[in-house]
Design a protein around this ligand. Structure first.
Ligand code: CUA
Length: 326
């Protein structure tokens, strides 16, 4: 944490580094209010203590001062704070309006909050979870909503938060919310869910990667198996992380939101329906593409479908990876 702060000059004790167009004015408003509070606390405190000592009642029958009112003093302590508070409203409201009105030429990225991961869809139709790539110095409009994984599931309220960009907005079911930014600095920054949304809330994290404009197209190309560098199972392991599976499934035998995948292949699985199936390739594939078809006994029907999100190669990879987890 400390090394992180020292490494970047725009980070301060209270705020992370500045990486978007909104950061400078946000931080200016924050520190204006901060120092105003410090001055008010110190001056107010000092005056209170000073007066308590200076005007301490000397005997039980001592009278209080006969002053009833003092017009110039009352006008001063009314007018000065009014000017300060109206000024605070103006700088806050100006930034709020700016943040809620994206420029017309902004690139649109669709953000969907699921239980419990973020999914991003780019203008070229490609989608990804956890890792969001954006080009530097380009306005990006986020069209956000919370999605249910299936018709038996309820969507919940999330909140999309990028501290380094100073942007945060609720992500709601049955309703779109919009937010925008222009990243000003190449680098990787945290994404958080800032609304306590349930069991997997703390796992609802991600990274926003700001890349040079000429690298952006390259970064959002469809994911593929690099046969020279990795086995199909290794590609599956990579897909397992990239597709957000780790939010609900472990590979070490401990159940999470969903059952563990360790030793799953060819095991017989008890279903909610009372039936038993063998976890062969067809069962694994169906559970990825149509998760509600066979619900494992004791687990909620909360997994979203990956049909249309993963290509055949990625599904083959995942199945090979699961087979390797003995
Ligand atoms: Cu989603 Cu917290």
């Amino acid at each position: 944490m400390l090394t992180h702060l020292l490494a970047d000059s725009s980070a301060t004790f209270w705020l992370p580094e500045q990486a978007s167009n909104f950061a400078p004015e946000h931080d200016w408003a924050f520190y204006f209010i901060y120092w105003l509070s410090v001055v008010a606390f110190v001056v107010g405190g000092a005056v209170s203590i000073g007066f308590a000592i200076r005007f301490r009642r000397k005997s039980p029958d001592q009278r209080t001062s006969p002053i009833r009112d003092h017009l110039p003093l009352e006008l001063t302590w009314t007018i000065i704070p009014t000017i300060i508070f109206v000024f605070l409203f103006v700088i806050g409201f100006r930034t709020f309006i700016k943040q809620t009105t994206p420029p017309a030429n902004a690139m649109e990225i669709r953000v969907a909050g699921y239980k419990w991961f973020w999914e991003f869809r780019y203008p070229n139709g490609e989608s990804a979870t956890r890792d969001l790539y954006v080009p530097v110095d380009t306005p990006v409009r986020l069209l956000m909503s919370s999605e249910a994984s299936s018709k038996d599931d309820n969507a919940v309220i999330h909140s999309f938060f990028v501290p380094a960009f100073r942007i945060k907005r609720d992500v709601l079911p049955y309703h779109y919310t919009v937010m925008w930014f222009e990243a000003t600095k190449v680098g990787s920054y945290h994404i958080f869910c800032a609304e306590y949304c349930g069991t997997g809330h703390s796992k609802m994290i991600g990274t926003i990667h700001v890349v040079p404009q000429d690298e952006f197209e390259e970064k959002i190309k469809p994911a593929g198996w690099d046969q020279d560098k990795e086995t199909l199972a290794e590609f599956g392991k990579r897909t397992f992380g990239e597709a957000g599976c780790t939010a609900c499934h472990t590979t070490d035998g401990k159940p999470l939101v969903g059952p563990t995948l360790k030793g799953l292949y060819e095991k017989s699985v008890d279903l909610e329906s009372g039936q038993t199936v063998t976890a062969d390739e067809n069962y694994l594939r169906e559970s990825i593409m149509d998760p509600q078809a066979k619900i494992v006994k004791g687990f909620p029907p909360s997994m979203p479908t990956y049909a249309g999100r993963l290509n055949d190669e990625q599904i083959d990879g995942l199945i090979d990876y699961i087979k390797s987890l003995d």
